[in-house]
Design a protein around this ligand. Structure first.
Ligand SMILES: Nc1ncnc2c1ncn2[C@@H]1O[C@H](COP(=O)(O)OP(=O)(O)O)[C@@H](O)[C@H]1O
Ligand SMILES: [Mg+2]
Length: 291
């Protein structure tokens, strides 16, 4: 019997599909003969009472969730996400460099400092990588600081805006598609595959300038998924280190390119778990040290 805790925050519980997912984790723990409590910000000193901690809250090196991960690790507990996964995934420059170092396919990518952010650089990159270009702030999440530009003026303007948040801006070749593949992995295994199909006329997961429409989640049974998709997602996860990930990929002419490795991937009831209801049990088993 293991004593497990889910660290979560108020905003997670406010979403009914995420709350149902939390209760699914609890049921899975009970089914396996474990205890599972929910742990909130004011209760961090009790981390020592548990064998394993699952973080289901926004992660950022400046958030409580990171303190939870570090604290649990220092006490020798099993924890998802690993603190190193939070650190790496919250910095796209670090994340992409690790993928490149392992030869994991990603879109053509450049990292620009403020001094490189000129119209001359823009013209050169439009020639090298094509039009449009995708610009990203290294610490973007939920598509918030990801934009598409087609002119040198927009390139410099958007780049400047993103550089207010960091000392580098990521510039990428644009890979058109009307969905992202999302592959959820844990310790070298694939737990689930879904498609995030974009709302009509949107090019990214969530377009905040439009009506704020989220992508539609389409389940894909693991047996139907292309082995190359799964292999690419596992290679990307391995390049970051052992933890729980949601890997986003584009499929272009039968080839897969990693757009992002996310720590703390969303697992919402009726969405990511549609074709893989055992995802809760598998994560609990890992956290309890049983697999
Ligand atoms: N190079 C690219 N080409 C085409 N679309 C992209 C590219 N990079 C990102 N996107 C789209 O924008 C979304 C957000 O980008 P991402 O890098 O995942 O940033 P965030 O961390 O904000 O989610 C992705 O889910 C994808 O749909
Ligand atoms: Mg993303």
């Amino acid at each position: 019997m293991a004593r497990l805790a889910v660290f979560t925050e108020r905003y997670t519980i406010r979403s009914s599909v995420e709350l149902t997912a939390l209760t699914n984790f609890r049921l899975a723990a009970f089914e396996q003969g474990h205890e599972l409590d929910f742990l909130f910000k004011s209760e961090l000193k009790y981390i020592r009472n548990y064998d394993g901690i699952l973080i289901r809250a926004l992660t950022d090196p400046l958030n409580t969730s990171y303190v939870v991960a570090r604290h649990a690790e220092m006490l020798g507990k099993r924890v998802l996400d690993h603190s190193s996964a939070i650190l790496i995934c919250c910095d796209k420059v670090n994340m992409y460099r690790r993928l490149e170092a392992r030869g994991v396919p990603i879109p053509e990518t450049r990292y620009l400092a403020e001094s490189d952010l000129t119209a001359v650089t823009a013209v050169r990159l439009f020639e090298e990588l094509g039009v449009p270009l995708v610009l990203k702030a290294p610490n973007s999440s939920f598509s918030a600081y990801v934009d598409r530009v087609t002119t040198p003026e927009a390139f410099v303007k958007v780049g400047r805006r993103f550089l207010r948040r960091a000392d580098r801006v990521v510039v990428q070749q644009y890979m058109p598609s009307d969905f992202d593949w999302r592959v959820i992995t844990l310790a070298g295994r694939v737990l689930a595959v879904v498609k995030y199909a974009f709302a009509p006329a949107q090019w990214k997961l969530m377009d905040r300038t439009a009506e704020g429409e989220w992508a539609n989640v389409v389940a894909t049974p693991l047996a139907d998924a292309d082995p190359q998709l799964l292999a690419t997602a596992l290679a990307a996860s391995d390049a970051i280190g052992e933890s729980l990930y949601g890997v986003d990929l584009k499929e272009i002419d039968g080839e897969y390119y990693v757009i992002e490795v996310n720590d703390n991937p969303t697992i919402a009831a009726g969405e990511e778990d549609q074709a893989n209801p055992e995802i809760y049990a598998e994560i609990i088993r890992h956290l309890a040290g049983d697999g």
